[in-house]
Design a protein around this ligand. Structure first.
Ligand code: CDP
Ligand code: ZN
Length: 163
């Protein structure tokens, strides 16, 4: 099949929140009164990005590559998941055009941390910060997001063929 040289992927993730910081999100630790619960380091943003990239490149999903039943993945730095996803993307002949993300959290405000997060994701995935869009959104005080019981992230990734 003669495929056009572009692919899009969608990633989504959610984690429960617990009392006490710091909150690991986008590869950085945000000090405060909340942390995300999970098998790995529970970095919801890196998990959504990882799945968007894997989906775009037809490389499965994060749960297939790194099962949460595997003790090796307990407490694991999610930067390793993202690094492996980007390695697979490039090995399959694709390069990232851009990714764009929404982090859904009542608090903390992530706007002050966006530059640092873009820098960090750029380091992990070997991308320019300008290729990485990050936006925060509250839950308007309702539902699990709005009551700070959960945090969620969505990401779209666009890939273009290289070589
Ligand atoms: O104004 P609107 O209802 O569209 O959005 P909001 O959820 O009230 O959030 C307003 C603004 O706060 C967002 O556009 C972000 O700039 C910022 N924000 C943030 O930095 N971090 C969050 N966790 C939530 C919102
Ligand atoms: Zn996750």
């Amino acid at each position: 099949m003669n495929m056009p040289p572009l692919r899009i992927g969608l990633g989504y993730d959610t984690h429960c929140l617990g009392n006490g910081g710091p909150l690991r999100v986008g590869g950085i630790d945000i000090e405060g009164d909340l942390h995300a619960l999970g098998h790995s380091d529970a970095d919801v943003l890196l998990h959504a990005i990882t799945d968007a990239l894997l989906g775009a490149a037809d490389c499965g999903d994060i749960g297939q590559l790194f099962p949460d039943t595997d003790p090796e993945n307990r407490g694991r730095d999610s930067a390793e998941f993202l690094a492996e996803a980007i390695r697979l993307v490039r090995a399959a002949g694709w390069e990232v055009t851009n990714i764009d993300c929404v982090l859904l959290a009542q608090r903390p405000k992530i706007a002050p941390y966006i530059d640092e997060i873009r820098q960090r994701i750029g380091e992990i995935a070997n991308l320019y910060p300008t290729q990485i869009g990050i936006k925060g959104k509250t839950g308007e005080g309702i539902g699990p997001i709005g009551h700070s019981e959960a945090i969620a992230a969505r990401c779209v990734a666009l890939l273009h063929r290289v070589g």
